[in-house]
Design a protein around this ligand. Structure first.
Ligand code: FAD
Length: 277
């Protein structure tokens, strides 16, 4: 199908070309879409499964000239509907949307990811090739470490420091990611930190960054309905996370008391972050 790179709001049907099991609960889905292929690290797509719902997903575009991917953790209705799809099946996408990570001229960088939060950080890592990078990522156990083999290969070829952490010690450092970040910040100084993952993890990393006076950017996950700053389902402080984020700077986060504390559920009600949608 011929696709324009200039009409991100027009939903486009895409056909699955490749599906890959990444961990027992995370699968990647690859298709051709030039607009999403050109997404900047940290931008997202709205992914629609007709009859189910539409949700935001980070975009991964590291191969080929038009290939894009979404990496999905199996959970509720939309992710399960996508997991049931086979090569050749179709779904709909629009985007890319949102404000990406701002890269600037910083040279020594710390990247911290957890779960599918690693997805936009992989795009960022590829974008930042050549800089001095340390990447920390973790999971409960070895089999749940996302992109373990790809990251190991890439760290050897691109010469960056890679630290895996598992809660049960089955691979890498037997620690939770924030502890590993704390230890790393004790022995090294960074120009900037980029993080995406569970919000309690990001809040601890943010607090450590503030303590060390290190610039940090955080990608926030909220309920996005329109994805383009109209419906306000994702309001957080003075911002709309889909339009002004999902990536926010330390200066913006400091004026956002909700960060690490509350989110809005599907009805717009504020709930504690430990509760669901
Ligand atoms: C910027 C951004 C990037 C994301 N990237 C990824 C990614 O790379 N991989 C991944 O697996 N998940 C990602 N998510 C989370 C994803 O949007 C869904 O929350 C997740 O797939 C769970 O949906 P579900 O239907 O499987 O289950 P549940 O969590 O049980 O959700 C139940 C229902 O709530 C609604 N809903 C849930 N989450 C959202 C949401 N964020 N916005 C609007 N409606 C929602 C849908 O109707 C959904 O079916 C991202 C979210 C954001 C905001």
């Amino acid at each position: 199908m011929e696709q324009s790179t200039h009409l991100p709001h027009t939903p486009r049907v895409v056909r699955l070309e490749r599906i890959q099991d990444e961990t027992p609960s995370i699968r990647s889905f690859w298709f051709s879409d030039t607009s999403l292929h050109d997404a900047k690290p940290g931008q997202f797509a709205m992914v629609w499964v007709p009859g189910v719902d539409e949700v935001p997903m980070s975009v991964l575009a590291i191969h080929g000239k038009s290939e894009a991917g979404v990496v999905i953790k199996k959970g509720g209705p939309v992710s399960v509907a996508l997991w049931e799809k086979k090569v050749g099946d179709r779904f709909w996408v629009r985007g890319p949307y949102g404000r990406p990570f701002h890269v600037g001229h910083h040279q020594k960088l710390l990247i911290v990811g957890g779960g599918t939060g690693l997805v936009p950080l992989i795009s960022l890592l590829v974008h930042l090739r050549g800089r001095e990078i340390t990447l920390i990522t973790g999971a409960r156990t070895a089999s749940e470490l996302l992109f373990k083999d790809w990251l190991t290969r890439e760290s050897r070829e691109q010469h960056f420091e890679l630290i895996f952490a598992t809660d049960d010690g089955t691979y890498g450092d037997k620690n939770q990611v924030p502890k590993v970040v704390e230890h790393t910040l004790q022995r090294q100084k960074f120009d900037a930190i980029y993080t995406c993952g569970p919000e309690p993890m990001m809040k601890t990393v943010y607090d450590l960054a503030v303590e060390k006076r290190c610039h940090i950017q955080v990608s926030l996950e909220r309920v996005f309905k329109c994805g383009v700053g109209i419906c306000a389902a994702c309001v957080i402080g003075p911002y709309l996370a889909c339009r002004d984020g999902p990536v926010f700077t330390d200066a913006e986060l400091s004026g956002m008391p909700e960060f690490g504390q509350t989110r809005r559920d599907l009805s717009g009600k504020k709930v504690s972050l430990s509760q669901g949608h």
